[in-house]
Design a protein around this ligand. Structure first.
Ligand code: ZN
Length: 232
C-alpha cells in the first residue's frame, strides 16, 4: 500500500550501507521517519530531493519497520537559504526544534504551514531579519503545541495585567502580577515594552518585522529561549 503527501525534510542520517533514514514533517501525517533506499550511492535519483530544508512531493510505501520513499519531486529547494551561512544557521535551528518537539504520526497542518512559511520567508528576506523571524517562529510554534503564553491577565489571580513590575513565569506559562510574583521564584522580570512586543508578535498572523531596539530584542530573546527550554 502506498500513500502520497508533501513534506519538509527535517533530517537525513546514514542508515545501513547504502540507505538513508529521512525525517520529514508532512502536511498529511505529521512527522514521519522513512527509509530512502540506495540514496548514499552517487547515481541515486532520489538523493537530491531529500536534503534537509527541501519541500518535496512524496510517494511512500508502507513498510514493516519503516515506510519507504519510492518517489520524490522537489517543490521548493529554498536555494537562497541553502547558500547563505547565516540563513542556514537559523534554518537549522528551526528544523531541529520542529524535530525535537513533535511526535511521529501526529498530524498538524498548522505546524506544517508555519514551518513552510518560515522557511520561505527566511529564503526571501534579508539576512538581518532572520534572527527576529526565528523567534517569531518559536513563539508561534510553542503556541501551536498548546503553550501559548498568557500575556493579558495574571496566570494566578486572573487580574488584568497593568504596566510595571510584572514577571514572566515559565512554569505557569505567562505573566504574574506584582502581587503574585512571589509564587514562582524562577520567574523573570519583564518590561512593559517586552510585553507589548510579545503580544504583537503573537497577534501577527503573518510575519512582519517590528522595529525594536537591541536591548528590548535581547530581553525578548531571553524570555522566548527560556520558555522553549522549559518545554523541551
Ligand atoms: Zn496576580
Amino acid at each position: 500500500m502506498f500513500y502520497k503527501t508533501i513534506g519538509i525534510i527535517l533530517k537525513r542520517e546514514n542508515f545501513r550501507e547504502n540507505d538513508r533514514l529521512i525525517t520529514i514533517y508532512t502536511r498529511d501525517y505529521g512527522k514521519i521517519e522513512t527509509i530512502a533506499h540506495g540514496t548514499r550511492k552517487i547515481k541515486s535519483k532520489l538523493a537530491g530531493h531529500l536534503e534537509p530544508f527541501t519541500l518535496v512531493d512524496l510517494i511512500i510505501v508502507k513498510g514493516k519497520n519503516f515506510d519507504k520513499i519510492i518517489g520524490s519531486k522537489t517543490i521548493n529547494s529554498f536555494c537562497n537559504l541553502k547558500f547563505d551561512l547565516v540563513k542556514i544557521k537559523h534554518g537549522s535551528q528551526i528544523l531541529k526544534i520542529a524535530d525535537l518537539m513533535t511526535k511521529v504520526h501526529l498530524k498538524d497542518e498548522k505546524i506544517f504551514r508555519l514551518l513552510r512559511k518560515t522557511l520561505e520567508t527566511i529564503s526571501l528576506k534579508s539576512v538581518n531579519q532572520c534572527d527576529y523571524l526565528t523567534y517569531y517562529f518559536i513563539l508561534h510554534f510553542l503556541s501551536l503545541l498548546g503553550y501559548a503564553p498568557e500575556l493579558y491577565q495574571c496566570v494566578h489571580c486572573k487580574i488584568k495585567i497593568k504596566p510595571n513590575e510584572n514577571v514572566f513565569s515559565f512554569k505557569f506559562g505567562g505573566l504574574l502580577c506584582q502581587k503574585c510574583k512571589e509564587i514562582d521564584l524562577d520567574s523573570l522580570n519583564i518590561s512593559t515594552n517586552a510585553i507589548k512586543v510579545l503580544r504583537l508578535m503573537l497577534n501577527e498572523r503573518e510575519f512582519k518585522k517590528i522595529k525594536i531596539d537591541l536591548n528590548l530584542f535581547q530581553e525578548i530573546k531571553k524570555i522566548i529561549d527560556l520558555f522553549l527550554k522549559y518545554h523541551q
